[in-house]
Design a protein around this ligand. Structure first.
Ligand code: ZN
Length: 320
């Protein structure tokens, strides 16, 4: 156990729906977790802080806190002090790191959730032995991180890795960011569901029954489960999302030339059903394919705990 005599290190992952805190040891093992519901976006910011503090204290279970790392689903400034904006949280430029450090009485580290997940994959997971890696997180949208020698590249604004908003289709599908043709409109959980709904209009699918006859009620996990059952609509939806995953990855490989590409996030639960078409599209689309070693695309290893485990690694500032 890490620092048994001194106390514990707790990682917290603040997502759009839940706050997950856990004691994480020096080997990345999670000892005890605590869960709270994310209070929402249109609430007083202190309610989110209350939820974080409550989850941390429950996870710590009376032991003293050596440090707390926080992974937030949103933009964190380059210094790791503030959450500048988060689509599902009320923070807008609040100095979250210091606010939480004051309330918890220990050092707090703060970073974006995708950066934290990448840190965990670099230390304990699929990117462990790679000198450079690209981590792509496919959830509702696409997030990600660039790892060099195990460190997360954060950028001048702390915004490195917003891959989902690279434009892949001029004047394409409208994106929540206000622009058009962003990559995540073609390759993400949202894109998967949109594909499935469109295909259901002309083809029979078990998704009709699973959604109670209403395509509007189709969810990402439903499409994953339908694909496992052999449903053609679900499989086509995955093939398209996987193909676009490879196309966007080819652009990133052209720019960054990583040793390995690690794909995590909820959609990656589909494994090779998502990754095989991505691998094929990457081979086709990457520049200099016949003259280079094309990076392997592999699934992330730490699953839904990656953000929390990586947050614990960010527990002591400065970041990295
Ligand atoms: Zn966008």
């Amino acid at each position: 156990m890490w620092l048994v005599d001194e106390g514990v290190v707790v990682g917290v992952d603040i997502g759009g729906t839940k706050v997950l805190a856990g004691v994480v040891d020096g080997e990345g093992r999670v000892a005890r977790t605590a869960l709270r519901t994310t209070p929402g976006r249109r609430v007083a910011t202190n309610l989110v802080e209350d939820a974080v503090v409550a989850a941390v204290l429950e996870a710590a279970d009376g032991r003293s806190l050596v440090g707390v790392g926080v992974a937030a689903a949103g933009f964190v400034d380059a210094a790791g002090e503030r959450v500048m904006f988060a689509p599902h949280l009320p923070w807008m430029g609040e100095p979250v790191r210091n606010l939480l450090a004051d309330r918890l009485g220990c050092p707090v580290g703060l970073d974006n959730d995708a950066n934290c997940a990448a840190r965990a994959e670099a230390r304990y997971g699929a990117a462990k032995d790679a000198s450079s890696a690209l981590v792509i997180t496919m959830g509702t949208g696409i997030g990600g991180a660039v790892l060099l020698h195990g460190k997360v590249m954060r950028g001048a604004n702390g915004m490195t890795g917003e891959f989902g908003h690279m434009r892949v289709v001029p004047e394409g599908v409208e994106c929540e960011c206000g622009r058009r043709g962003c990559w995540e409109q073609y390759s993400s959980g949202n894109a998967l569901v949109r594909n499935a709904r469109a295909l259901m209009a002309d083809q029979p699918s078990v998704l009709m029954e699973m959604s109670g006859g209403s395509p509007a009620h189709v969810t990402g996990p439903m499409v994953t489960s339908a694909a496992e059952k052999g449903d053609l609509v679900a499989r086509q939806a995955f093939a398209s999302v996987g193909d676009w995953l490879g196309v966007g990855t080819a652009n990133l490989v052209a720019a960054l030339d990583p040793e390995i590409v690690v794909v995590g996030g909820g959609v990656s639960a589909a494994g090779d059903r998502l990754l095989d078409p991505a691998r094929a599209a990457l081979r086709q689309a990457v520049v200099g394919a016949e003259h280079r070693k094309i990076p392997q695309i592999v699934a992330a290893r730490l699953g839904p705990l990656a953000g929390m485990v990586g947050a614990a690694l960010a527990a002591r500032p400065p970041l990295n």
